[in-house]
Design a binder for this molecule. Structure first.
Ligand code: FPP
Length: 212
């Protein structure tokens, strides 16, 4: 969801205003995705690399995650099940603060019975750390020859299906440390729109790319 900062700068607003608008837009995109009958939507909310951002910006983004995970009534109305991927809370490197952990756990529990789209939020997430985690789990489980299937099973969310299309906003034309294992063979959709301006035309274009 790139481009919140650029969206704000163009309007002479602080970067945090761009993130606030980005969270609102995510709620709108979730509603649209449900209408389009998308089964799985995974978004990159906060990466393991994002902790180096200015303290106030980090605090603001964490607050927005609490807000997003608090949208349980809305998500239940949409029959959306929430999931999360990131460094397991009990791992030594994990940095998710307690209040965000609580919001994540509550949202997962309170939407667990929903049977529609699965919305997975990546928070304190890095794909390479996830692959290392899967390899460590395989070794700890006694594997002497690690297979693709072993690593599949060791991903943070083994139920996550292979990615159909990776969406990159705001003119960024590179892959980041996001679902690298799961996106083998995925299509990629690039758009110039900043995340807060990402809407139905872009979602439909991404779906069309996925179906090519
Ligand atoms: C990328 O824009 C955005 C982030 C790293 C922040 C996280 C995303 C949001 C707050 C929107 C969705 C909300 C939730 C709670 C999942 P940037 O800051 O890199 O902007 P720039 O590329 O223009 O500098």
């Amino acid at each position: 969801m790139d481009g919140n900062g650029r969206w704000a700068r163009r309007r002479n607003l602080p970067r945090t205003a761009g993130h606030t608008e980005g969270e609102e837009n995510l709620a709108a995109v979730v509603r649209l995705a449900v209408k389009r009958e998308i089964g799985w939507l995974t978004v990159f909310g906060f990466s393991t690399e994002n902790w180096v951002r200015p303290r106030l910006e980090v605090r603001h983004i964490l607050g927005l995650h609490k807000k997003l995970f608090g949208r349980v009534a809305e998500l239940n109305e949409l029959n959306v099940r929430v999931q999360w991927i990131g460094r397991p809370f009990d791992s030594p490197e994990a940095r998710t603060p307690g209040y965000v952990q609580k919001a994540i756990i509550k949202a997962i529990n309170d939407t667990a019975a929903n049977t529609g789209m699965v919305l997975t939020v990546a928070f304190d997430y890095g794909s390479r750390a996830e692959i290392v985690h899967a390899a460590e789990a395989a070794v700890a489980g006694g594997c002497t020859r690690v297979t693709v299937e072993d690593l599949d099973k060791g991903m943070y969310l083994a139920e996550l299906p292979p990615v159909d299309v990776v969406v990159r906003t705001s003119g960024e034309r590179r892959i980041s440390n996001f679902l690298l294992w799961q996106s083998a063979g995925a299509r990629v959709y690039f758009t110039e729109q900043t995340w807060p301006d990402f809407g139905a035309p872009e979602l439909d274009a991404a779906i069309a790319v996925a179906r090519q």
